[in-house]
Design a protein around this ligand. Structure first.
Ligand code: F3S
Length: 402
């Protein structure tokens, strides 16, 4: 890989030990993937924030880097294992809380903002078409590539952190035109009604496209997906095996830029396929002990809709609604947060039910997130029921089966 003189001196240690280590990671990664050079990045989003995932080893690594490392481009974090300002209602082990605080302190010393969200594009870390990013969180990576038309690979925590400390990322994968070319086309012959259905589409497309970049065609008569629907699609697609990039005909910025996939690579996703998965995932054997919304982190409209439904009621089941801190600040201003919390539901920032240490504490989850379904049922070992957001809250208010 060709390095510029400043990049070479950084590798040799002129920018400090952390920057040299970061440059080593990027050069090694670039060589594995055949990159010829490094690209300057506009912004970074770093995963690997929950102490539950990092453990003491990860914490020690961050604290060592923080001795002389400093981010040189704007960088934000993925969700942590707790609400950083208000962990108490989450009922966490004090040891976890103390270690999670140390993780955030180390990132702070590294100059990485404790904006802990998987929707950085709604919280001040967004991107313009064609910009080069180094983002980690798969749903945000897919949103950045597909909806915003920016360019990022799905970085691991260490490579994103290395990009933050150096300002560079290796030029391979989705930074190049070739891998952004769609190689299959999927026609959606089904009625998509809201974010839950777009999440199901991400699930079906991810399973069927097998890591290939898809050109997606939805009936021109169908309503265009809103922000919440695109967010749900971007979260489910890579979770279920799809590439962190799709093109949606007539909507996303690069949909017309590449040649069309060959007719033999055209498939359809039918109403029947949707019905099968909807029916299967909506089946519940017993009442839930946890209801969660906000995966990915809830938008202001989602919080407003939740507040309208919860107004004057009391939840009968532990209910978490997760969002980013800037969206929560708006919700506070509008009285939405108070209405939600008056019902007994928790409105949490900086975290989510997948990265918080909940294993063994809850057993039956109701959520509207296809991505949440995957992680809570797999890694989390919970029975999960997938419903629309309004249905989830109805369950929360009645405590009964859907
Ligand atoms: Fe975000 Fe957690 Fe879901 S990081 S996408 S809310 S699993």
């Amino acid at each position: 890989m060709r390095l510029t003189d400043p990049q070479r001196t950084m590798l040799q240690g002129d920018g400090g030990r952390a920057a040299a280590k970061a440059m080593e990671i990027l050069v090694a990664l670039g060589e594995v993937f055949g990159a010829e050079r490094l690209l300057p990045v506009k912004s970074v989003q770093v995963a690997g924030v929950s102490y539950g995932n990092l453990g003491d080893e990860g914490l020690a690594y961050l604290e060592e880097l923080a001795e002389d490392g400093r981010a040189v481009v704007p960088a934000t974090l993925n969700p942590a294992g707790m609400d950083l300002r208000r962990p108490e209602p989450m009922g966490l082990d004090p040891h976890f809380v103390e270690r999670q605080r140390r993780v955030i302190t180390a990132y702070g010393r590294l100059g990485i903002a404790a904006a802990c969200t998987c929707t950085p594009y709604l919280a001040g870390n967004t991107a313009a078409p064609g910009e080069t990013l180094a983002w980690s969180e798969s749903s945000a990576v897919t949103y950045a590539n597909s909806v915003l038309g920016a360019r990022t690979n799905r970085e691991g925590g260490p490579s994103a952190l290395a990009a933050a400390l150096t300002g560079f990322t290796p030029a391979y994968g989705l930074h190049l035109d070739g891998p952004r070319q769609p190689t299959c086309r999927f026609r959606v012959d089904a009625r998509l009604d809201g974010a839950r259905d777009w999440g199901l589409l991400g699930m079906l497309l991810g399973q069927a496209s097998d890591g290939e970049v898809a050109l997606l065609e939805v009936s021109p008569d169908a309503p265009a997906p809103d922000l919440e629907s695109l967010k749900a699609l971007c979260a489910a697609l890579p979770t279920y095996g799809g590439a962190p990039l799709f093109h949606l005909a007539g909507l996303t910025p690069e949909a017309d830029r590449y040649s069309a996939p060959s007719p033999k690579d055209t498939h359809s996703i039918t109403e029947q396929a949707f019905r099968r998965v909807r029916d299967r995932e909506a089946e519940a054997a017993a009442p839930p002990d946890l209801v969660c919304l906000g995966c990915p982190h809830a938008t202001l409209s989602e919080l407003q809709a939740a507040a309208e439904q919860l107004r004057g009621g009391q939840v009968q089941v532990d209910t978490w609604i997760c969002t980013s801190r800037p969206i929560k600040a708006l919700a506070d201003e509008l009285g939405i947060s108070d209405t939600i919390e008056a019902s007994g539901a928790l409105l949490l920032c900086d975290t989510c039910f997948v990265v918080a240490p909940l294993k063994g504490r809850y057993h039956r989850l109701v959520t509207n997130s296809a991505k949440g379904l995957y992680y809570a049922s797999g890694h989390g070992g919970m029975d999960v029921t997938l419903l629309r957001a309004a249905e989830c809250l109805r369950v929360a208010l009645t405590g009964g089966l859907p």
